[in-house]
Design a protein around this ligand. Structure first.
Ligand code: PXP
Length: 257
């Protein structure tokens, strides 16, 4: 079964709305872990609009599972990551004006820079994951950079409204997942997943982990973080046990190679 790692950025978003002291993201860590999260994901943006460096340092100390730090390959953030030492650094593209991460990282177009950043992080004992669109050349480039893992961007699938478009995006994800696995890279996925669209992705063979934030923190407003996490994990569990039922009709044959 794929693991779930909850992204708690938006607990910090709520705090920053008042630039105050609550809610504290570290208090979210225990709640999501009690709900079954395998660790915690946070995105330390260059502008620190939600998660602050202090939050990541404190989370590093209290998290029982792994800490996945999403970050741009920018020098100021790389230095912070080398000080904090997350278990995994997920390299993401970042633009100041975006409301959330848009599109995957162009690994192929930034090969030399990303190879150097990957080497520095790996030398410090940090595993490196590339957040990429489900495209063959980005997978090849991630391997060439020395990455350990990739996270396939599920945003286009999540945004697709028409059934045919959604199916086409899902096919791309399944196809890319096979390539990632065949390349010997660890497979993760995330972005835009929620309680109604998660199962078709959770049924992808060889998936190690799903990173989900916004939907879980939103649901937590009504049922609390622990329950919101457990509810999502239950859907992932059901999809893992009955993957055929979790896949939409028309997806076509799914290779397990
Ligand atoms: N994966 C990556 C690389 C992300 O940047 C984000 C958003 O911070 C997520 C997963 C989680 O996306 P969402 O909040 O839409 O679940």
């Amino acid at each position: 079964m794929a693991r779930l790692c909850v992204n708690i950025d938006h607990v910090a978003t709520l705090r920053q709305a008042r630039r105050g002291i609550e809610p504290e993201p570290i208090f979210a860590v225990g709640e999501v872990e009690l709900g079954g999260s395998s660790g915690v994901t946070v995105h330390l943006r260059e502008d620190q609009r939600h998660i602050q460096e202090r939050d990541v340092r404190l989370i590093r100390e209290v998290v029982q599972g792994h800490l996945n730090l999403e970050m741009a390959a920018a020098e100021s953030v790389v230095e912070k990551a080398l000080r904090i030492r997350p278990d995994i650094a997920t390299l993401v593209p970042e633009r100041r004006e975006e409301v959330t991460t848009e599109g995957g990282l162009d690994v192929r177009g930034n090969l030399e820079l990303l190879r150097k950043v990957t080497e520095r992080l790996r030398d410090a004992g940090i595993r490196v994951s590339m957040f990429i669109d489900p495209e063959g050349d980005q997978i090849d480039a991630s391997l060439a950079c020395g990455a350990d893992e990739v996270e396939l961007h599920t945003g286009q699938y999540a945004l697709a409204r028409k059934p045919e478009a959604r199916l086409a995006e899902l096919r791309k994800l399944y196809h890319a997942a096979r390539q990632v696995h065949a390349a010997g890279l660890v497979l993760n996925a995330g972005h835009g997943l929620n309680y109604s669209n998660v199962q078709a992705v959770a049924a992808i063979p060889h998936l190690q982990e799903l990173n989900i934030g916004h939907a879980i923190v939103s649901r937590a407003v009504f049922v609390g973080l622990r329950s919101a996490t457990a509810e999502m994990l239950r859907l992932i569990d059901i999809a893992s046990r009955s993957p055929e039922a979790a896949r939409p009709a028309g997806l076509g044959p799914v290779g397990h190679s």
